[in-house]
Design a protein around this ligand. Structure first.
Ligand code: PHE
Length: 340
């Protein structure tokens, strides 16, 4: 068998796939091993041990012959030993920036070009920063335990001092103004939390991105011009429109819409046939907020905005269900992989 195996391998076309060579060899072995086993059985017990040793030597010899064939083949191809170029490549997964992270990064980069820096604040926030400093009346429904996640074990906490998971990034407006004297221009990305159940358009934890500009002589014109310029840089050529709105911490307040990213403004299911998608809430910083931060509201004015990067990613990619961004399903996420 050993000789036959060598002869077989020597006679093979060196260009033959290694798998095929192995197949031929196995066929030869199968044909012969039957005979050999029969021969083994007919041996006297005391001779079987020696025959077993010989049998193993034979197996090693066949393997050696096969290795020699592979090496010859590799050498002929000009490569190192036993590199089987016919082997299918392993699937590699290069990883992707999460589509929500990509939106946050792009928005921060655009505002950086417009003269803003990035500021951060805590996710576990005091009730005062989250609500009172932002001019929420003490009976505002958002402060209810049914809407806001208060941390446990604070029964004795004084008003404003209890700790909660921030429901928006706006408290970082006040923290920033306490820390840095105007002119202030910051964007503030971060996670926020609400006592909501997951559905197609709500998540109990989601990213927000806040913006704040405070200085002497800042007006609503700065707000409109800056946000419209942002929209053009982020979405490409698009019209914007501002609709009056209300927030306790801005006055006046406005929501900004851009032309629907899916239909371009002609009307589709995504924009409920309005042609517009809502992008952000904004407004002139309420004087009470400037005062809460220790600033003279006669001297300084400012504007602020807040947007939801997951909403924007949803519109940008036409993703019908916001939960897709939180499921960590690689089949969804790998669609956003870009060659690096
Ligand atoms: N904080 C508001 C929200 O969570 C958004 C906002 C921020 C509105 C700043 C106006 C100014 O909906």
């Amino acid at each position: 068998l050993e000789q036959d195996a060598r002869a077989l391998l020597d006679g093979l076309d060196p260009a033959m796939r290694l798998d095929d060579a192995k197949g031929r060899l196995n066929a030869l072995k199968d044909a012969r091993v039957g005979e050999l086993q029969g021969a083994l059985r007919s041996l006297a017990p005391e001779d079987r041990r020696d025959a077993g040793v010989a049998f193993n030597r034979l197996k090693t010899a066949i393997q050696d012959a096969l290795d020699a064939f592979a090496a010859r083949q590799a050498a002929a191809a000009g490569h190192g030993p036993a590199l089987d170029l016919t082997m299918p490549a392993r699937h590699t997964w290069r990883g992707a920036v999460h589509p929500v992270t990509a939106v946050i990064d792009e928005i921060c980069a655009i505002f950086r070009e417009l003269g803003f820096t990035v500021a951060l604040g805590p996710e576990a926030e005091s009730e005062w920063y989250n609500f009172q400093s932002l001019n929420f009346p003490s009976d505002h429904p958002a402060m209810d335990v049914h809407d806001t996640l208060y941390l446990a074990g604070q029964d004795g906490a004084a008003p404003g001092e209890s700790v909660l998971l921030r429901t928006h990034t706006s408290p970082v407006q006040v923290r920033t103004l306490q820390r840095y004297a105007p002119p202030v221009r910051v964007v503030i990305p971060g996670m926020v939390y609400r006592r909501d159940f997951f559905d197609a358009s709500h998540a109990p934890a989601f990213a927000q991105l806040e913006g704040l500009a405070v200085d002497e002589g800042i007006s609503f014109v700065d707000l409109k011009a800056t946000l419209a310029e942002f929209a053009r840089r982020f979405f490409g050529k698009t019209k914007t429109r501002f609709r009056p709105s209300f927030f306790p911490f801005t006055e006046p307040s406005a929501e900004m819409d851009v032309q629907c990213q899916v239909c371009g403004g002609s009307g589709c299911a995504t924009c409920k046939h309005t042609g517009w998608s809502e992008i952000l809430g904004s407004g002139m910083v309420h004087p009470a907020v400037l005062e809460a931060a220790g600033l003279d509201s006669e001297r300084y004015t400012g504007w602020a905005f807040g947007m939801g990067p997951a909403r924007i990613a949803q519109q940008r990619h036409g993703v019908p269900d916001i939960r897709s961004f939180y499921d960590s399903d690689v089949r969804f996420l790998e669609q956003f992989a870009v060659p690096s």
